[in-house]
Design a protein around this ligand. Sequence first.
Ligand code: ZN
Length: 341
Amino acid sequence: MTDKISAATTTSVLPHNRLGINYRAVPPRKISGLIIDAHTHTREPALTREFLRAADAYGIGRIWTMAPLEDVEALREAFPGRFEFIAIPKWQNLSAGEEFVKEWRRRIDEFYTHGSRLIKFHNAPGTQKRMGMNLDHPEMQSIMRQAYDLGYHFMTHVGDPKAWFGEGKKYDPKDGHKSFIEQFAMLDRMLEKYPDRVHLGAHIGGSVEELGNLQIRLDRFPHYIVDSSATKWIIRGIAQQPLEPVREFFIRNQDRILFGSDLVVGEKYDFDHYASRYWVHQQQWETDYFGESPIDDPDAEKGIPQLHGLNLPAEVLEKLYRTNAEKWLFGKVLRESSVSC
Ligand SMILES: [Zn+2]
């Protein structure tokens, strides 16, 4: 069936469709009902509209977004009830040093008045370097405290693909970068410090290639949950490992993993680009697809991206797609009163 598809049989070279798939023909879903996407980056309504066409086609209902503060009200007005907003800094100001921090503090307050209760700390090695601060930095600690005192819950991106760490790689220790494993020590300290808040770890907690370490973190911190976002990274990380232990991990932690796409809205993207991510995620979680991925991936082994479906049971999909987000994000994060996790 699907495993017969090969790039060699098609002339398509589109980076989001190297197999020439008709993304408008949405495969039947294993379970019914709308899906919650817990991780996206949308923008103003005019650009976001095309993304929503793909989301609609793939049965995505409510969406959590890291849209800029300037787009929050317009998105809310254009698409009532569709979006929840995650507080982020003004990334274009990143090089502005003190000004960036001052502006971020202001935005934390403003996002809060707009109803945001989840704040994202992006502290992958590259961002850490550009910002000149890691999560342990006193300034960052004080920003976190401000958010905590307001009542925010936390979201972090601290890891990056394991293939990017090491000598001669993007995160070379010679340039002052910590190792893949060391990167997570600051996350553990943050998790220890705020046990009474939900903490969402983006991209399988940055640990899809190290699920054993992630299991230890999940067992140690009951308030820690993760999302499935970052399509290329997650499907590559899964396809590189024996499938059965990965499947067992997803079943064992079925109450702690939320569906997310990490789709980024932009001028250069069309329906097929957006749909390609949802198509691949569907194959990844719902089917036993075993073959090449239609999405180009520069980090793929031998340059050929692989997709190995986990074919998760329907009751696990129900949690991944919907009830975990309802429980953790709509239940705990958006609940006004103080939270015990
Ligand atoms: Zn993201």
